[in-house]
Write a protein that binds this ligand. Structure first.
Ligand SMILES: *[C@@H]1O[C@H](CO)[C@@H](O)[C@H](O)[C@H]1NC(C)=O
Ligand SMILES: *[C@@H]1O[C@H](CO)[C@@H](O)[C@H](O)[C@H]1NC(C)=O
Length: 319
């Protein structure tokens, strides 16, 4: 199972942070270890894909296209569903990379800009594909992109980043692949569309299967909330009132909700669904520490088991 019962409620809300490392394991140096980063997921990891897609499709921009999104760090909206940086941004920074460019949208053909990595995560993306969900009467909102579509996009991009099969194996070996969070929207969309708990429960093993067939190593970043010292643990920073300062029908960023709290860093929840930058920073720290402490132990995995798992994700290269 992807989650364990010993973790905090913070994690139980969304945090299933999955980090797959396909790396030069023996090298214990942090910098110089990875040559690229590729990431997959939904709004917790989207660094601008949904926004780019909406611009290229001339559909309505997502609410993350408007202030106060981005106010804390970028000082303007970037399409990230946060006041500042996401976990993936902190990981990129920690490894000495620039922020990962979103893959989708009008620029997606320009592979030059993906030499050091690309982000395939799209807000609202699901683990299960949209046709399968539609058969269950669950309709994708904002995008039809699912984890499978993201992984396929990666497979299509790869040949432009590495010329021969052995080159590509080398590239994959030296890449950090960040998988997650994904799967939350399968349940969110189902709940919002009036499915009952029994319908949703039936989705769980399917979602878990899809995710686990896409990863080889899982790292859960997780700790009890009380260690964090956030002043406001329930209410959203950007919200319209009520017990949680959250109304699912009124989106932060769209009128009339253009205001937020003065000190997002003392809040856990940014807009009722997404974390504040302060939480992301802490999560990234936790994930990073675990990642680093896990790399040496990856070396002791039997190479063939790692290779078999890689084959599921990258059959085209026969690794
Ligand atoms: C969608 O997902 C279902 C169930 O996992 C699978 O059987 C089907 O082949 C998938 N369809 C596409 C188009 O990927
Ligand atoms: C998803 O795909 C269906 C069928 O092609 C289409 O009717 C629908 O508009 C799409 N939804 C989004 C949000 O792209």
């Amino acid at each position: 199972m992807a989650t364990s019962s010993s973790c905090s409620s913070l994690k139980q809300q969304f945090l299933m942070f999955l980090v797959v490392t396909i790396s030069s394991i023996i090298n214990s140096q942090v910098n110089g270890c990875f040559t690229s980063i590729f990431s997959f997921g939904d709004s917790l990891t989207d660094t601008g894909n949904l926004l780019e897609i909406s611009l290229s499709d001339s559909t309505n921009p997502p609410h993350s296209a408007f202030l106060p999104y981005g106010r804390t760090f970028f000082h303007h909206p970037t399409g990230r569903f946060c006041d500042g940086r996401l976990v993936i941004d902190f990981l990129a920074e920690a490894l000495g990379f620039s922020f990962l460019p979103p893959f989708y949208g009008s620029e997606s053909g320009k592979w030059e800009k993906f030499q050091k990595g690309a982000n395939f995560a799209v807000a609202s993306a699901t683990a299960l594909n949209s046709s399968f969900l539609a058969e269950q009467g669950i309709h994708s909102v904002s995008t039809n992109i699912s984890l499978g579509v993201e992984v396929n996009s990666f497979k299509h991009l790869l040949p432009s980043l590495c010329s021969s099969s052995s080159n590509c194996k080398e590239l994959l070996r030296n890449s950090l692949i960040v998988m997650g969070e994904i799967g939350g929207n399968d349940y969110n969309h189902a709940f919002m569309q009036g499915k009952n708990i029994e319908n949703i429960r039936q989705l769980v093993p399917l979602v878990v299967d899809i995710i686990s067939s896409s990863i080889n190593v899982r790292i859960d970043g997780c700790c009890p909330c009380f260690k964090l010292g956030f002043k406001e643990t329930l209410k959203a920073c950007c919200g319209i009132g009520g017990l949680y300062n959250y109304d699912p029908l009124i989106y932060c960023g769209y009128p009339p909700l253009k205001q937020c709290c003065n000190d997002p860093s003392s809040y856990i929840s940014w807009d009722g669904i997404h974390y504040t930058e302060a939480v992301n920073k802490w999560l990234a720290h936790t994930v990073f520490e675990e990642l680093m402490s896990t790399i040496p132990s990856l070396g002791s995995l039997s190479p063939s088991s790692t290779v078999n798992k890689l084959r599921i994700l990258y059959p085209m290269f026969g690794v």
